[in-house]
Design a protein around this ligand. Sequence first.
Ligand code: SAH
Length: 480
Amino acid sequence: MKKDDLITLTIEDLSSEGLGVGRSDGVTFFVKDTVIGDVAEARIMKMKKTYGYARLTRLLEESPDRVVPPCPVARQCGGCQIQAMSYQAQLSFKEKKVRSSLQRIGGIENPPMEPIIGMETPFRYRNKAQYPVGRDREGRLTAGFYAGRTHSIIACRDCLLGIEANGQILDIVLAHMEKYHIEPYDEQTGTGLVRHIMTRAGFRTGQIMVCLVVNGRSIPHSEELCAALAAVPGMAGVTLNSNFEKTNVIMGRRLKLLWGAEYIEDLIGDVRFCISPLSFFQVNPRQTQKLYEKALEYAGLTGQETVWDLYCGIGTISLFLAQKARQVYGVEIVSEAIRDARRNAELNGIRNAEFYVGRAEDVLPQKYAQEGIHADVIVVDPPRKGCEESVLETMIRMQPRRIVYVSCDSATLARDLKYLCGRGYEVRSVCPVDMFGQTVGTETVCLLTRSDIRQHMEAKLTTGEMDLTMAESKAAQMSV
Ligand code: SAH
C-alpha cells in the first residue's frame, strides 16, 4: 500500500484526536470526518511503518450513529471532533474507552463501572470562549476558531458550545474595530492590535466578563466600546490583557480593568467562586457539580475525616469536600491558583481547608514524613500525565481508607490504578462523567479502598448488617 491508493475500511474506533480508526489489509488507518460504524472509501495520504493516514473520499455505508452536525463549521473547526456522532453514541464510546483502558492497561478484568453521567443538553455548556481575531481571505475582519492543527481562522460568530451572548459580544467588538480602523493582530508580522476576545460566564450568577487580549497597552475609544458591551445582559466587567509576545499562549500577564468588575462569580453546589480573567476554572460548571458530587459520594465523608486534595487547582474539590470533612489539605503547583483557593475559602467562610504551593510529589511525602499528617481520604485530580510514582508511593505508605481518583486520561488512570492495586488497594467503583460533549475528552472518577477492608466487610456482609463505612472503621481500628 502506498500514498494515493484507494482503500475501503470499516471504522471501528476513534483516536485520541477524534479521527476514525479502521483497518485495511491488516494495516491501521486514521481517517478524519468518519464516525464509528461508517464504511468508508478513503485515499491514503501518508504511510508510516505500521499505520497510515487517509482522506475520506466517499461514504459507502453511513453509520447508524451518524447525525447532521448542528454547527455549520463543525467539519473545518478544530474544536468539536465528533459532532457528527449522536450524543448517545458519544457517551457509549467514552464509556467503552474507559472500560477498555482499565482492562488493557490496568489489568482489571471486570471493572466495576457505573453508567456514564451524560449532559442533559450537550451544547452551550462551556462558560469560557477564546476567539482569535484576524482577517479572512477577502480581507474582512473576522473572529472564530482555528481550523484543526492550523492557525487559519474559521469564522464562527456563535459557537454552539458557548453561551449565546458570545455572538453579540463579537459583533460589538468587530464593529468597533471597523469604525476606528483598529487592526487585528497578525501572527506572521507581529503587527496589529487585537489578538483574542475572551469571554467567561457564571452560569448560576448570570454574570459575564469580556477580556480583550491586545498587542498593546490600550484600545482606542475604549469608553465607547465599554458602553456598548455594558448593554449586553449580564455584563459585569471588561478588562484588557496585554500580550506582546510572539507565542501561542493566549493571555499575557498584564491586566487592566476598563469597566465594571475585574471578577465574576459562580457557584458549584453551595460554594461560591471568584473568577478572574487569568484564573483557572472548570469550563463545564454543570457537569463539574455532578463530577464533584460523585467524588463526594466516593469519599464517604462523615465529618471526622482528614482529606488530602492533590493537584487541587483553585481548590474547587477541596472546598466542596471541606463542608463534609474535618480538615482538608490542598496541594497545587501554581501559586496563583493557591491564592485563588485561599480567597475562595475565605469568601465562603470555610476555615478547615489549608493550601500548600508545591509539587504534589514533594509536598505530600514531606508533610507525611515531617509532620506525620495522616489521611483518611486522598483525592487526586492530576493533569493528563497522571500521578508521579513518588505520589503513589507516599499514598501507599499513608494507607488512606479511600482514594478517589479523578482523571482526564483513562490511559494514565489505568496505569496508576494498576500500581495501587498491586499494593493493597482495589477498585470499587468507576464512573465516567461527560464534561466535553462533541469532543473526545473523557473524565472519570474512581474509588479505591484497601483490600483488607473489603475482606473484613465481606466476612461481615454474610450477616447482612455491615456497610462500607462501618467496615472501614472496623478495619482501621484493627490496623492501629
Ligand atoms: N481539581 C482542580 C483542577 C485540577 S487540573 C480544579 O477543579 O480546580 C490539574 C492541576 O494540577 C492543575 O491546576 C495543575 O497546575 C496542577 N499540577 C500539575 N502538576 C502538578 C504537580 N506535580 N503537583 C501539584 N499540582 C500539579
